[in-house]
Design a protein around this ligand. Structure first.
Ligand SMILES: [Ca+2]
Length: 68
């Protein structure tokens, strides 16, 4: 399952704002997983290989999140 999500009002024009939003989403997902509230991890289109290095992406899909 995957979704595309951006802050409202849309900040699609601001790469920095999308990255900050994505970091927030990933932080909440990580916390929910750590607390056992969810079973799945979340993969972000700005860090496909999930190594927390945001500079090594070949394709940035910063508004994309998917359950793995
Ligand atoms: Ca990465």
């Amino acid at each position: 399952m995957a979704i595309d999500s951006v802050p409202y009002p849309s900040l699609y024009h601001s790469r920095e704002n999308l990255i900050a939003y994505g970091g927030f989403v990933m932080g909440v997902a990580s916390m929910l997983k750590a607390y056992g509230a969810v079973e799945h991890e979340l993969r972000w289109g700005h860090d496909w290989n999930m190594d927390d290095n945001l500079e090594d992406n070949d394709f940035d899909d910063t508004g994309h999140f998917e359950l793995i």
